[in-house]
Design a protein around this ligand. Structure first.
Ligand SMILES: [Zn+2]
Length: 270
């Protein structure tokens, strides 16, 4: 879809058409009209209503002006806009005011048809087929160049970069509970739980495709910072223990060093 988000697309089908079963491959030209001379003051909505009136006996596939495209005849069916040229063409009824916005939306609509057809389809003025001034001031060379630029623009997809993992809150021991409520066993349980969480996060990150894609210094540095944060949190815990459980400090420090080394290995491997 080459139509930009700014463009409103409507379908208001006209009763004025010949049923056919055309494929885009069978379309020879896109026929360009303007819907009247500018001095007539006709509006997009007025033209759409006229084409929906059975008595008018005229139609086009699309009425198009700045940021508004109204489809009135299905592309597979034949619209009534250019006599003998109807059979193998798609008819575009453009605004006679020829503003930059009118050009932009028309170019997007043409590029959209081209993309669905998988090829460039010639633009032809109505006057190439009948004695008429239509499409007046429209510059089909300019319109073709603008449509071509849109047609050739590849679809850009923005890579989704996952947010960095959120660090868990530091283990904070309430003042009133320390140090008497701490035992060797529950200190180790706390340390193990924290380390297991971090190890799980790090392994999980290492296994995702996004991590592999983003395996840059930034990512590694981020993980190093996580390890440093963990070391800080656990060092704080050790400081608490030091006050009343001096004998425990060496043991827990060894455990922490060992676990941090493990995590660091995971980071290095990543
Ligand atoms: Zn015309």
């Amino acid at each position: 879809m080459a139509l930009s988000k700014a463009v409103t697309r409507r379908v208001q089908l006209s009763p004025n058409y010949t049923t056919a079963n055309r494929s885009l491959a069978s379309i020879r030209a896109i026929l360009i009209h303007w819907w009247n001379v500018p001095s007539a003051g006709a509006t997009h909505g007025g033209v759409v209503s006229w084409f929906m009136n059975k008595d008018s006996k005229v139609s086009a596939h699309y009425v198009c002006s700045a940021n508004l495209v109204t489809q009135q005849v299905r592309e597979k069916d034949i619209a009534w806009h250019a006599g003998p040229a109807n059979r193998d063409s798609i008819g575009l009824e453009l605004s006679p005011y020829c503003t930059a916005g009118d050009y932009q939306t028309a170019a997007e609509l043409i590029a959209d048809i081209w993309k669905r057809a998988g090829r460039i389809i010639t633009l032809e003025p109505h006057r190439a087929h009948m004695a008429t001034a239509c499409p007046g001031d429209w510059d089909l060379g300019r319109l073709h160049r603008m449509a071509l630029a849109i047609y050739r623009t590849p679809v850009v997809t923005t890579p989704v970069i996952p947010p960095p993992p959120v660090l868990p809150p530091a283990v904070i021991i309430p003042e009133k509970e320390k140090p008497m409520s701490l035992t060797t066993q529950n200190v180790q349980q706390i340390a193990d739980a924290v380390l297991n969480d971090r190890r799980h996060d790090l392994n999980g990150n290492a296994n995702t495709q996004s991590f592999k894609i983003a395996n840059t210094n930034n990512q590694v540095n981020f993980l190093r910072a996580e390890v440093a944060g963990l070391r800080g949190a656990l060092t704080g815990l050790v400081d608490v223990l030091e006050k009343d459980h001096v004998g425990l400090k060496a043991h827990v420090s060894d455990e922490i060093d060992r676990a941090v080394a493990e995590i660091t290995d995971v980071v290095e491997e990543a």
